[in-house]
Design a protein around this ligand. Sequence first.
Ligand SMILES: [Zn+2]
Length: 443
Amino acid sequence: MINFVSVGHRARPLSVLASAFGLALLATSLLVPTAARADGCPGNPGALGTSRTLVIDPTEHTKVGTMQYSETLPLKDHEVVLTFDDGPLPPHSNQVLETLASECVKATFFIIGRMAHQFPDGVRRVRDAGHTIGTHSENHPLSFNRMPVERAMQEINDGIEHTAAALGDRSAIAPFFRIPGLLRAEGVEEYLASQGIMTWSADFPADDWRHISSAQVLHLALTRLEAKGKGILLLHDIQGRTSAMLPTLLRELKARGYKIVHVVPATPDRPKTPTEPRDWLLHPDAAPAAAVASWPAVPRFVYTQTGAMVAPGLEDTRYADDMTVFHRPRDRVFRPGRFAADTVPLPPEPLWPRSALKAVSPVNDLPAPDRSVFRAPPMPRAELKLMARHGTQHAQQSPSAKVDTAVETTGSIRVQPTTGHQQLPGSWPVTPIGLHRGPLTLR
Ligand SMILES: [Zn+2]
């Protein structure tokens, strides 16, 4: 029996998708090489490398990532899975691929269908480098949590189709999906699970979609990893700040004893890595309440940043080492009228010592200039003539500049384009090249 699921204006048989992923599992097993260990990284004996390949069954554990779910990938302490979203987008995605290749590190890329359609070569480069390819919707709408499930299904399937079209081979796509903006919804998760597709959240982001420096991205990635000890790191290969800090991040991971794990889906001829249920918990011995059921606030994801960079705002410079950046209280919003008259409104948590702002004086302490400062003294006619003559004499050396100076200074002499006016005694016509001005005259 074939079940048809209405997807917008389309209808797709579920069995077709399921068989497509069956093929995907089979072909991915042929494409994914064995883990590249650091000691086997050509040209870089000190490379970070990929310590092992973790084979998982997407139908057994359907949702991973402790940012939102109780389970995460069965990693050991100091093991990290790198994930990159929203690509491909040259040149940053290519730089990320080059950095990963130089360190023989394998990662998982969550491709956007529209980007794959626009940059099909980029998707092929990801596949040819041996990374795992998941998908991330067609258009990256930040409304999966509130759109009709039929619309979400269309976004999911169109994204898979465009990514497959770029590869010329649907079987090269792993059944891994990350919801744009991590804006989860039960209906979406249930649909993905029904298709044998695993929903990937993450264990920690590095806020690389925000307008922060690459050094801050690096700092957040490392401090959040250190806090959890292991996990899935969410990054964006389309971001210049990410491609810029990635070489340092990989070197730092190596120096701190972390190991990279490459995740691939299980296939009939590639059995899943044996695990225990407790291995899928970040900290099995911790209280269950540590798991986050949902992510209440929407991060400001930017999935294409091809145009001009937006100037950073004050809020962009405020960040913390934990997830509090997503929970900005409402009372921090500046509201006119909340402050008494003649006071300077200060941010509730200034980024610099408040003493620096208190130095501002009230405006009425500054002396206002007297009107006489701007008043020009009356000028006798004789002086005016002298000035005009002085101006025209200099005009022979530098015609336009000096004549204009005289006109501006007196305010009563102007340059006439014709010769039908009285010529000043002792002056002569000034005709700079290209201007054809007449003599200076009095009105
Ligand atoms: Zn995204």
